[in-house]
Design a protein around this ligand. Structure first.
Ligand code: ATP
Length: 288
Protein backbone atom coordinates (compact mmCIF):
# COMPACT_ATOMS: atom_id res chain seq x y z
CA UNK A 1 0.00 0.00 0.00
CA UNK A 2 1.25 3.50 -0.82
CA UNK A 3 2.14 6.03 1.83
CA UNK A 4 -0.04 9.07 2.44
CA UNK A 5 2.82 10.76 4.33
CA UNK A 6 6.52 9.98 4.45
CA UNK A 7 8.92 11.87 6.71
CA UNK A 8 12.69 11.50 6.66
CA UNK A 9 15.14 13.01 9.17
CA UNK A 10 12.86 15.90 10.13
CA UNK A 11 14.21 18.38 12.69
CA UNK A 12 12.61 21.60 13.86
CA UNK A 13 13.94 23.87 16.60
CA UNK A 14 12.36 26.82 18.38
CA UNK A 15 14.25 29.49 20.34
CA UNK A 16 12.78 28.26 23.64
CA UNK A 17 15.02 25.17 23.38
CA UNK A 18 12.23 22.97 22.04
CA UNK A 19 13.42 20.54 19.41
CA UNK A 20 11.25 18.24 17.33
CA UNK A 21 12.97 15.20 15.92
CA UNK A 22 14.72 13.62 14.42
CA UNK A 23 11.46 12.23 13.02
CA UNK A 24 11.28 9.34 10.57
CA UNK A 25 7.76 8.23 9.83
CA UNK A 26 5.65 6.48 7.22
CA UNK A 27 1.87 6.83 7.33
CA UNK A 28 0.20 4.38 4.96
CA UNK A 29 -3.03 5.26 3.15
CA UNK A 30 -6.27 3.82 4.45
CA UNK A 31 -5.83 4.26 8.19
CA UNK A 32 -6.73 6.55 11.06
CA UNK A 33 -3.58 7.59 12.86
CA UNK A 34 -3.88 9.14 16.31
CA UNK A 35 -1.19 11.52 17.51
CA UNK A 36 -0.94 11.76 21.29
CA UNK A 37 1.39 13.47 23.75
CA UNK A 38 1.22 15.99 26.59
CA UNK A 39 0.87 19.76 26.06
CA UNK A 40 3.94 21.11 24.30
CA UNK A 41 5.16 17.66 23.16
CA UNK A 42 5.36 18.77 19.52
CA UNK A 43 2.16 17.46 17.90
CA UNK A 44 1.17 20.76 16.29
CA UNK A 45 4.77 21.43 15.23
CA UNK A 46 4.81 18.06 13.46
CA UNK A 47 1.46 18.78 11.78
CA UNK A 48 2.57 22.27 10.71
CA UNK A 49 5.82 20.83 9.33
CA UNK A 50 3.84 18.30 7.28
CA UNK A 51 1.68 21.13 5.91
CA UNK A 52 4.75 23.27 5.13
CA UNK A 53 3.43 26.02 7.43
CA UNK A 54 6.51 25.90 9.60
CA UNK A 55 9.98 25.56 8.11
CA UNK A 56 12.09 22.76 9.55
CA UNK A 57 15.88 22.92 9.95
CA UNK A 58 16.30 19.70 8.02
CA UNK A 59 14.47 16.72 6.60
CA UNK A 60 12.19 15.79 3.77
CA UNK A 61 8.42 15.34 3.83
CA UNK A 62 6.37 13.76 1.07
CA UNK A 63 2.60 13.73 0.78
CA UNK A 64 1.28 11.19 -1.70
CA UNK A 65 4.84 10.89 -3.00
CA UNK A 66 5.19 14.61 -3.69
CA UNK A 67 7.46 16.98 -1.79
CA UNK A 68 5.31 18.95 0.67
CA UNK A 69 6.82 22.23 -0.54
CA UNK A 70 4.39 21.80 -3.43
CA UNK A 71 1.48 22.06 -0.98
CA UNK A 72 -0.17 25.11 -2.53
CA UNK A 73 0.37 24.15 -6.16
CA UNK A 74 -0.10 20.37 -6.26
CA UNK A 75 -1.13 18.78 -2.96
CA UNK A 76 -3.65 21.23 -1.45
CA UNK A 77 -6.60 19.69 -3.31
CA UNK A 78 -5.92 16.31 -1.68
CA UNK A 79 -5.80 17.50 1.94
CA UNK A 80 -8.52 18.68 4.31
CA UNK A 81 -7.18 20.54 7.33
CA UNK A 82 -8.52 21.58 10.72
CA UNK A 83 -5.97 23.59 12.68
CA UNK A 84 -6.41 25.52 15.90
CA UNK A 85 -6.64 29.27 15.26
CA UNK A 86 -6.47 29.02 11.47
CA UNK A 87 -9.92 29.53 10.05
CA UNK A 88 -11.88 32.24 8.29
CA UNK A 89 -12.39 35.78 9.66
CA UNK A 90 -15.18 35.83 12.24
CA UNK A 91 -17.32 38.23 10.25
CA UNK A 92 -18.02 35.56 7.59
CA UNK A 93 -20.97 33.15 7.46
CA UNK A 94 -21.08 29.55 6.17
CA UNK A 95 -22.67 30.95 2.98
CA UNK A 96 -19.58 33.18 2.53
CA UNK A 97 -17.31 30.18 3.11
CA UNK A 98 -19.11 28.28 0.36
CA UNK A 99 -18.63 31.20 -2.05
CA UNK A 100 -14.91 31.44 -1.23
CA UNK A 101 -14.14 27.71 -1.25
CA UNK A 102 -15.82 26.98 -4.57
CA UNK A 103 -13.22 29.23 -6.21
CA UNK A 104 -10.30 27.73 -4.29
CA UNK A 105 -10.99 24.01 -4.70
CA UNK A 106 -11.76 22.27 -7.99
CA UNK A 107 -13.62 19.53 -6.11
CA UNK A 108 -15.62 21.76 -3.76
CA UNK A 109 -19.02 20.09 -3.34
CA UNK A 110 -21.65 22.65 -2.42
CA UNK A 111 -24.36 20.04 -1.80
CA UNK A 112 -22.09 18.08 0.52
CA UNK A 113 -21.18 21.26 2.44
CA UNK A 114 -24.86 22.19 2.97
CA UNK A 115 -25.62 18.59 3.92
CA UNK A 116 -22.98 18.78 6.68
CA UNK A 117 -24.36 22.16 7.81
CA UNK A 118 -27.76 20.56 8.06
CA UNK A 119 -26.46 17.47 9.91
CA UNK A 120 -24.55 19.66 12.33
CA UNK A 121 -27.55 22.00 12.79
CA UNK A 122 -25.52 25.02 11.63
CA UNK A 123 -27.35 28.02 10.17
CA UNK A 124 -25.84 29.05 6.87
CA UNK A 125 -26.34 32.79 7.45
CA UNK A 126 -24.95 33.02 10.98
CA UNK A 127 -21.60 34.83 11.41
CA UNK A 128 -18.71 32.75 12.76
CA UNK A 129 -18.35 35.20 15.67
CA UNK A 130 -21.85 34.27 16.84
CA UNK A 131 -21.15 30.52 16.87
CA UNK A 132 -20.20 28.62 20.02
CA UNK A 133 -16.78 26.95 20.20
CA UNK A 134 -18.32 23.57 19.38
CA UNK A 135 -20.31 24.97 16.44
CA UNK A 136 -17.15 26.56 15.00
CA UNK A 137 -15.36 23.22 15.22
CA UNK A 138 -18.23 21.55 13.37
CA UNK A 139 -18.09 24.22 10.68
CA UNK A 140 -14.32 23.73 10.33
CA UNK A 141 -14.80 19.96 9.94
CA UNK A 142 -17.63 20.43 7.40
CA UNK A 143 -15.37 22.81 5.43
CA UNK A 144 -12.38 20.43 5.53
CA UNK A 145 -14.51 17.54 4.24
CA UNK A 146 -16.40 19.35 1.50
CA UNK A 147 -13.67 19.50 -1.13
CA UNK A 148 -13.47 15.71 -0.90
CA UNK A 149 -9.83 15.36 0.16
CA UNK A 150 -7.96 12.04 0.33
CA UNK A 151 -6.12 12.97 3.52
CA UNK A 152 -7.52 14.72 6.57
CA UNK A 153 -5.07 16.38 8.95
CA UNK A 154 -6.80 17.48 12.12
CA UNK A 155 -5.35 19.16 15.18
CA UNK A 156 -7.67 18.50 18.12
CA UNK A 157 -10.82 18.38 15.97
CA UNK A 158 -13.16 17.26 18.74
CA UNK A 159 -11.98 19.42 21.64
CA UNK A 160 -14.83 21.44 23.12
CA UNK A 161 -17.52 19.22 21.58
CA UNK A 162 -20.12 17.37 23.60
CA UNK A 163 -20.08 13.53 23.61
CA UNK A 164 -23.09 13.25 21.29
CA UNK A 165 -21.70 15.39 18.47
CA UNK A 166 -18.24 13.86 19.04
CA UNK A 167 -19.78 10.47 18.40
CA UNK A 168 -21.39 11.80 15.18
CA UNK A 169 -18.04 13.19 14.04
CA UNK A 170 -16.18 9.96 14.80
CA UNK A 171 -18.76 8.16 12.64
CA UNK A 172 -18.06 10.64 9.82
CA UNK A 173 -14.33 9.94 10.17
CA UNK A 174 -14.94 6.16 10.06
CA UNK A 175 -17.12 6.63 6.99
CA UNK A 176 -14.38 8.77 5.39
CA UNK A 177 -11.73 6.02 5.52
CA UNK A 178 -14.11 3.19 4.56
CA UNK A 179 -12.81 2.78 1.02
CA UNK A 180 -9.19 2.30 2.19
CA UNK A 181 -7.90 5.14 0.00
CA UNK A 182 -8.54 7.84 2.56
CA UNK A 183 -6.33 8.60 5.53
CA UNK A 184 -6.75 10.62 8.72
CA UNK A 185 -3.99 11.99 10.91
CA UNK A 186 -5.45 13.53 14.03
CA UNK A 187 -3.95 14.89 17.18
CA UNK A 188 -6.09 14.80 20.31
CA UNK A 189 -6.08 14.80 24.08
CA UNK A 190 -9.37 12.88 24.06
CA UNK A 191 -7.68 9.50 23.96
CA UNK A 192 -10.99 7.64 24.38
CA UNK A 193 -11.92 8.89 20.87
CA UNK A 194 -8.80 7.19 19.54
CA UNK A 195 -9.67 3.99 21.37
CA UNK A 196 -12.86 4.01 19.28
CA UNK A 197 -11.53 4.85 15.86
CA UNK A 198 -7.72 4.82 15.52
CA UNK A 199 -5.77 2.07 13.77
CA UNK A 200 -2.33 3.30 14.76
CA UNK A 201 -1.07 5.42 17.64
CA UNK A 202 1.91 7.74 17.47
CA UNK A 203 3.02 8.96 20.89
CA UNK A 204 5.25 12.04 20.95
CA UNK A 205 7.16 13.00 24.08
CA UNK A 206 9.40 16.08 24.24
CA UNK A 207 9.71 16.23 20.47
CA UNK A 208 10.51 12.56 19.93
CA UNK A 209 8.33 9.69 18.76
CA UNK A 210 8.47 7.20 21.62
CA UNK A 211 5.76 4.81 20.38
CA UNK A 212 4.38 4.10 16.92
CA UNK A 213 2.22 1.01 17.08
CA UNK A 214 -1.00 -0.63 16.02
CA UNK A 215 -3.61 0.46 18.59
CA UNK A 216 -5.09 -2.98 19.23
CA UNK A 217 -1.65 -4.55 19.70
CA UNK A 218 -0.63 -1.70 21.97
CA UNK A 219 -3.67 -2.12 24.21
CA UNK A 220 -3.27 -5.93 24.14
CA UNK A 221 0.43 -5.92 24.97
CA UNK A 222 0.61 -3.25 27.66
CA UNK A 223 -1.08 -3.60 31.03
CA UNK A 224 -1.07 -2.22 34.56
CA UNK A 225 0.09 -4.52 37.28
CA UNK A 226 -1.17 -3.42 40.69
CA UNK A 227 0.60 -4.76 43.77
CA UNK A 228 1.91 -4.06 47.27
CA UNK A 229 5.52 -3.25 48.10
CA UNK A 230 6.43 -6.85 48.87
CA UNK A 231 5.33 -8.05 45.43
CA UNK A 232 6.81 -4.96 43.75
CA UNK A 233 10.25 -5.72 45.24
CA UNK A 234 10.12 -9.17 43.64
CA UNK A 235 9.54 -7.85 40.10
CA UNK A 236 12.65 -7.71 37.96
CA UNK A 237 13.46 -4.18 36.70
CA UNK A 238 13.65 -5.61 33.17
CA UNK A 239 9.92 -6.43 33.36
CA UNK A 240 8.96 -2.87 34.30
CA UNK A 241 8.49 -0.14 31.71
CA UNK A 242 7.77 2.42 34.45
CA UNK A 243 5.91 2.58 37.74
CA UNK A 244 4.02 4.91 40.05
CA UNK A 245 3.97 4.58 43.83
CA UNK A 246 0.55 5.42 45.26
CA UNK A 247 -0.47 5.77 48.90
CA UNK A 248 -1.49 2.12 49.26
CA UNK A 249 -0.07 0.31 46.23
CA UNK A 250 2.18 0.37 43.18
CA UNK A 251 0.98 0.75 39.60
CA UNK A 252 3.43 -0.88 37.25
CA UNK A 253 3.35 -0.44 33.48
CA UNK A 254 4.28 -3.73 31.82
CA UNK A 255 4.73 -4.76 28.21
CA UNK A 256 4.10 -8.31 26.99
CA UNK A 257 1.22 -8.68 29.47
CA UNK A 258 0.68 -12.43 29.02
CA UNK A 259 4.32 -13.33 29.66
CA UNK A 260 4.34 -11.16 32.79
CA UNK A 261 1.03 -12.72 33.97
CA UNK A 262 2.64 -16.19 33.86
CA UNK A 263 5.79 -15.03 35.58
CA UNK A 264 4.12 -13.21 38.49
CA UNK A 265 1.10 -15.42 39.12
CA UNK A 266 0.02 -13.76 42.38
CA UNK A 267 -0.24 -10.31 40.73
CA UNK A 268 -3.26 -8.93 38.94
CA UNK A 269 -2.73 -7.23 35.59
CA UNK A 270 -5.48 -4.91 34.39
CA UNK A 271 -6.17 -3.72 30.86
CA UNK A 272 -4.75 -0.30 30.16
CA UNK A 273 -6.32 2.76 28.56
CA UNK A 274 -4.34 5.11 26.32
CA UNK A 275 -4.70 7.78 28.99
CA UNK A 276 -3.20 5.53 31.70
CA UNK A 277 -0.42 4.52 29.33
CA UNK A 278 0.42 8.18 28.63
CA UNK A 279 0.46 9.12 32.31
CA UNK A 280 2.63 6.14 33.31
CA UNK A 281 5.09 6.70 30.47
CA UNK A 282 5.42 10.44 31.15
CA UNK A 283 5.19 10.54 34.95
CA UNK A 284 6.29 7.03 35.88
CA UNK A 285 9.65 6.19 37.43
CA UNK A 286 12.15 3.59 36.25
CA UNK A 287 13.10 0.83 38.67
CA UNK A 288 16.82 0.81 39.40
P1 ATP B 1 -0.64 21.11 22.80
O1 ATP B 1 -1.12 19.73 23.12
O2 ATP B 1 -0.59 21.99 23.99
O3 ATP B 1 -1.34 21.73 21.62
P2 ATP B 1 1.63 20.33 21.14
O4 ATP B 1 2.07 18.93 21.41
O5 ATP B 1 0.81 20.56 19.94
O6 ATP B 1 0.94 20.93 22.43
P3 ATP B 1 3.42 22.31 20.02
O7 ATP B 1 2.36 23.34 19.84
O8 ATP B 1 3.95 21.63 18.83
O9 ATP B 1 2.97 21.20 21.09
O10 ATP B 1 4.61 23.02 20.79
C1 ATP B 1 5.85 22.36 21.03
C2 ATP B 1 6.83 23.37 21.63
O11 ATP B 1 7.17 24.33 20.64
C3 ATP B 1 6.30 24.14 22.83
O12 ATP B 1 7.37 24.29 23.74
C4 ATP B 1 5.92 25.48 22.24
O13 ATP B 1 6.06 26.51 23.18
C5 ATP B 1 6.93 25.64 21.11
N1 ATP B 1 6.42 26.45 19.98
C6 ATP B 1 5.37 26.13 19.21
N2 ATP B 1 5.19 27.07 18.24
C7 ATP B 1 6.17 27.99 18.44
C8 ATP B 1 6.53 29.20 17.77
N3 ATP B 1 5.87 29.63 16.69
N4 ATP B 1 7.62 29.89 18.24
C9 ATP B 1 8.31 29.43 19.30
N5 ATP B 1 8.02 28.30 19.97
C10 ATP B 1 6.97 27.59 19.55
Amino acid sequence: MSNAIEIKNLKKKYDNNFELGEINLEIPSGYIIGLIGENGAGKTTLIKSILNITKPESGEIKIFDKNNKKYESVIKEDIGVVLEGMFFPEILTPNDINSIMKDIYKNWDKELFYKYLNNFKLQSNKKIKDLSKGMRKKLEIATALSHKPKLLILDEPTSGLDPVIRDDILDIFLDFIKDEEHTILLSTHITSDLEHIADEIIFIDRGKIILNENKDELLDNYGILKCDKKSFDKISKDDIVSYKKNKYNYEVLVNNKNKIKNKYKDCIIDKITLEELMVLVIKGEKKC
